[in-house]
Design a protein around this ligand. Structure first.
Ligand SMILES: Cc1cc2nc3c(=O)[nH]c(=O)nc-3n(C[C@H](O)[C@H](O)[C@H](O)COP(=O)(O)OP(=O)(O)OC[C@H]3O[C@@H](n4cnc5c(N)ncnc54)[C@H](O)[C@@H]3O)c2cc1C
Length: 306
């Protein structure tokens, strides 16, 4: 545990305005999570770099979140420093243009929905399937967020990362990135990204975007406390949601953790669920689905903490 009594740590706390023993449930869409020893919300890339340089000298472990919409944090919370990147944002802008389309630049803390809106306003197509996906640009790239037929990796041209070992910034082109289903298989702190989009009439883009949003809102419990789809879809056959529904688990509860009645792959926190409640429900779902279908469901939501 990182303690304030340590002089070097208390200097860090003062210099970067860190919060101490801050409950993380406030920063996640699941509304679950114990305290972070230290919590930082840097406002720009240089502050982030300075903070990480000092934490590394003090051997303080660092955990990163963007919007906190795909994470489940343990009840004991996270030791060391938690960095929330959602304030690392700038003006989304066009950096390159040709006859077919344009490349746009966004920083890691920009909300994905804001990038989608920028694309619509500038008659640029490519982000319509992202309608309704919450969270930040950095989180979406790390999770390779998407739908059953589209991933954000489809439109990425490059990402800027801060290398946690050398603490230097570098740009990685799309061909240097290794994406798979719901993950980027590389470490590094994403600080910005560029997206390659194609020209299309704004009205058409807006129509498709709206249709996708309506479909998503009708099928998923988007206003409940959750972290989105809890399990990854198996590579073949039925989706995780179908397997859970066909196992008769819709509405199954452990305390305030419940399998959503609207979409069986969403575990929702109906009031005051703990991480333990969610994990017990997760294990129950995995057991029943395995008994019925001989398929082991893997979690998509990332578990963080002690
Ligand atoms: C109602 C709801 C609907 C959802 N629908 C979808 C959907 O349709 N499709 C989909 O794919 N997902 C969906 N999700 C899940 C989630 O919104 C996405 O995965 C989202 O892209 C995560 O972004 P975030 O900023 O919240 O990431 P976080 O949850 O903050 O972080 C996710 C992971 O990325 C890492 N990370 C975050 N920022 C950075 C960074 N800058 N550099 C390096 N690593 C970083 C974190 O350490 C963590 O491991 C949904 C979630 C909810 C609550």
């Amino acid at each position: 545990m990182v303690t304030k009594e340590n002089t070097a740590v208390s200097t860090l706390v003062q210099e970067f305005n860190l919060l101490v023993d801050e409950p993380l449930k406030k920063y996640t869409s699941f509304k679950i999570g114990g305290p972070a020893d230290l919590l930082a919300m840097p406002k720009d890339k240089l502050e982030l770099k300075k903070l990480l340089t000092k934490s590394s000298t003090l051997n303080i472990p660092v955990t990163l979140f963007g919007g906190g919409t795909n994470v489940l944090i343990t009840d004991k919370g996270i030791r060391g420093l938690v960095v929330i990147t959602k304030f690392l944002k700038s003006k989304i802008h066009i950096i390159q243009s040709n006859l077919q389309g344009k490349t746009i630049y966004a920083e890691t803390g920009d909300r994905l929905s804001k990038v989608c809106l920028f694309a619509i306003e500038n008659s640029l197509s490519g982000l319509e399937p992202a309608a309704g996906i919450p969270g930040t640009v950095g989180g979406a790239i790390m999770m390779n967020a998407g739908t059953s037929s589209w991933d954000i990796s489809n439109i990425i041209e490059s990402i800027d990362v801060l290398d946690p070992k050398t603490l230097s910034f570098k740009t990685l082109k799309r061909k240097e990135l290794d994406f798979s289903y719901r993950q980027l298989n590389q470490s590094g702190i994403i600080v910005a990204a560029t997206f390659k989009l194609t020209k299309k009439p704004g009205k058409e883009i807006k129509k498709i975007f709206k249709e996708n949003l309506i479909k998503k809102n009708a099928a998923q419990p988007v206003f409940a406390a959750s972290a989105g789809c809890f399990f990854k879809n198996p590579s073949r056959g039925k989706s995780a949601g179908e397997l859970i529904e066909k196992s008769g688990l819709k509405g199954k509860r452990i305390n305030d953790a419940m399998v959503s009645l609207k979409h069986a792959n969403f575990i929702v926190n109906t009031n005051n669920a703990s991480c333990e409640d969610i994990l017990l429900l997760k294990q129950h779902i995995q057991k029943i689905v395995f008994k019925k279908f001989h398929i082991t469901l893997e979690t998509e939501v990332r578990l963080e903490g002690e």
